[in-house]
Design a protein around this ligand. Structure first.
Ligand code: GRF
Length: 209
C-alpha cells in the first residue's frame, strides 16, 4: 500500500495528452508535492503543437511526439503509438485530454493499465464535448469521471467521480471551468489509488481497498 513495486521503486506512469495539458499539469504538481507516489516517465502526444509539450519540458519529463498527421492511416499511427507506449515501461498510462479513441490492440496490450479523465458523469455524455452535451441536455448535475479504458467508448469501469451542480446563469464555459477544477483533483486521486495498489477491478466495478 505504499505505492512502491517489489523492487522498492515508485510506480512509473506515462501521460498521453493532445492539447493544453492542464490535467497533465495537475498530475505533475501532485507528484512534485508528494501527493502521488509515482514517477512520470514520459509524455506522449499525437499533436506537435500541444501546449502539454511545454509543460513536460518545464518539468524535465521526456516527450515522444507521434504526429497523427504524419501517418498514412489510423492503423499505422496506432502501431507506432503502441511501440512508443511499450518503450515507456510504464505501470500506468494516463489519458489526460488525449483526444483520440485508443485502438483495441493498445487497450488489450495494457489491459487494466490505462485510465482516462472524462468531463461528464459517465455513462452520460460519452465522447467529445461532455460538458456541452450535459449543458445542452439541461441536466441539473454534471461532473467528471476517471475510469479504466476498455474497448468501449468511455465505458470502462469507473474509479472516481465528482458531481458539479449547474448554477443559474451557467453557460457552457462556466460549467466547463468548474468541471475542470474538479478534474484536477480527481485525476491525481485516481492515480494515487492505482499507485498504492488499491484498485481492484471486479467486473464493472472498481473496488477501492
Ligand atoms: C478535459 O476536459 C478532459 O476531461 C477532456 O479534455 C480536456 C482536456 O483538458 N478529455 P486539458 O488538456 O487537460 O487542459
Amino acid at each position: 500500500m505504499n505505492g512502491m513495486d517489489k523492487d522498492g521503486m515508485k510506480k512509473r506512469i506515462a501521460v498521453l495528452a493532445s492539447g493544453r495539458g492542464s490535467n497533465f499539469q495537475a498530475v505533475i504538481d501532485a507528484i512534485r508535492d508528494g501527493r502521488v507516489p509515482a514517477a512520470c516517465v514520459r509524455l506522449l502526444t499525437d499533436n506537435p503543437q500541444a501546449y502539454a509539450i511545454e509543460r513536460a519540458r518545464a518539468a524535465a519529463i521526456p516527450v515522444t511526439i507521434v504526429d497523427y498527421a504524419a501517418f498514412p492511416s489510423r492503423e499505422a499511427y496506432e502501431r507506432e503509438l503502441l511501440f512508443a507506449m511499450q518503450g515507456c515501461r510504464a505501470d500506468l498510462f494516463v489519458l489526460a485530454g488525449y483526444m483520440r479513441i485508443v485502438g483495441n490492440e493498445i487497450v488489450r496490450a495494457f489491459s487494466g493499465r490505462i485510465i482516462n479523465i472524462h468531463p461528464a458523469l459517465l455513462p452520460s455524455f460519452p465522447g467529445l464535448h461532455g460538458q456541452r452535451q450535459a449543458f445542452l441536455h439541461g441536466v441539473k448535475i454534471s461532473g467528471c469521471t476517471v475510469h479504466f479504458v476498455d474497448e468501449s467508448l468511455d465505458g470502462g469501469p469507473v474509479i472516481v467521480q465528482k458531481c458539479i451542480p449547474l448554477l443559474e446563469g451557467d453557460d457552457e464555459e462556466t460549467l466547463a471551468a468548474r468541471i475542470l477544477e474538479q478534474e484536477h483533483r480527481c485525476l491525481p486521486e485516481a492515480i494515487r489509488l492505482f499507485c498504492e495498489d488499491r484498485l481492484v477491478i471486479e467486473g464493472r466495478r472498481v473496488r477501492i481497498r
